[in-house]
Design a binder for this molecule. Sequence first.
Ligand code: F6P
Length: 546
Amino acid sequence: MTTLIQQPLWQALLDHQKIIAPQHMRDWFLRDHDRFDRFSIAADGIFLDYSRNRIDEKTLELLCQLADAVQLPAKIAALFSGKPINITENRPALHTALRDGKATSLLVNDENIIPAIKRAQTQAEEFVAKIHTKSWKGATGKPIKSIVNIGIGGSHLGPMMATHALSPYAVTDLQFEFVSTVDKANLDDALKRIDPETTLFIISSKSFNTIETLTNANTIVAWMKGKVGTAALAHHFVAVTAAPKKAVAFGIPAANCFPLWEWVGGRYSIWSAIGLPLRLMIGNQQFADFLAGAHEMDLHFKHADFKQNIPVLLALLSIWYNNFFAANAHAIAPYSHRLRHLVDYLQQAEMESNGKRNDLSGNLLPYTTSPIIFGEEGCNGQHAYHQLLHQGPHLVPVDFILIGNEFPDVHHDILIASGLSQAQALMHGKTYDEAYAELIAANPADDKAKQIAPHRVIPGNRPSNVLFLDRLSPKNLGALLALYEHKIFVQGAIWNINSFDQWGVELGKQLLPAILNELQLTKATTQLDCATEGLIRRYKASQRKA
Ligand code: F6P
């Protein structure tokens, strides 16, 4: 099979890039007043303005041909139908099945998985109802007031991000805490804020094998037994896991275990019982809306023509900059305090999925894959890293995420104006003549104007997308997350990589036990490199001796 870059289409894109690269978007916008209308679309509560990209119709045409050339339609069909597209683990990636309320049958290894999904949803609904009606009691007979999620990676980022995003939709006054890192400070801080008699701990771990989560869980169980006695496990702990036997061996009653399946990737698991904190916060009905929003985006992704398909377009734009403009970073700028954890969530979603260097046959790729995802909520990012976006040497495309507002509010107006002005500044920039004229207008006798003006030049021509949501509702959040999942899928499909494994994180896990062993012994027993040994000595010297 010819690799992607050997195909004439790739060469056509390279040639086309040479035509587009010297052109400035500022000039396009001056000439073309319909650009916004032609390069914007709406679907499922999300409006995408992608007019501030270094593209024309020909670019889109070529990029859509690229999607066809890699057989994207067949790959999308394989995703939804449950083919084992995660080839290194021989598994399908069926997060979409978790939000398809109408499905009746979907076979994985000859087994229909839909009844198990429905049973798990019913189990979660009944559990939420028990907590909300206060019929679930702690070991000392008191109802639950606080929920502590213990998990990391995909078992943490989704629930944490979504409970912050949708807090205005809370139907209870339950308090939520998240303990993820093994740094005891995280746990200690959370435990200070809760009452053990009225707290429920959710141990979320697909593998039930993750050292951070199990260490935190062990410490908490011991602490809880000391506070409420041996009934702690039955009354204060539930588990969400694809390894229920391990959870039961840990001491969690089988009835308190919520299932997860191998065919749900950790970073794609918010739609399963991993989403329990969100379900507890917004209730079963609104959680169903969250799933429905994602499902509607699934249908859009499956059926819309590529030129009208938001996830496909965002993926193609990302390929355009990543592979043809050597832009190796991508910023996410949610102008929404409630979406402040979205960047962390998308970092795992995109970089753990597409941070790969081998194609599906194991060959080293001759092109780059996932950009570095970073960002910060607006306006905070503006006063931190946006300087580099405007004047730094790197081309960094940005996704601005803006949320509408029901009632007039000066704060919100300023927030939106900030996001829009950043997108405009990135696109338009400031020429030398404009910078010079500004200086002279401020001080006609300025004899340093020529010297200072170059420092004030902003090149512009820096691309951005604006994703606009009327409301940050459960349904729209579901659609937004599904949109990014599918964007990531399309990137992976074009790069011909497996977006659903994460072998890169395993080596650190393998090395940890030997190093931990050295830290806890008085004498070195293992051969380690001198840097690790030196730092172990320093760490030990820092410990106060008993
Ligand atoms: O180490 C990476 C990873 O496997 C992620 O993919 C996953 O979301 C996280 O660890 C947590 O894993 P688990 O849910 O099995 O504890």
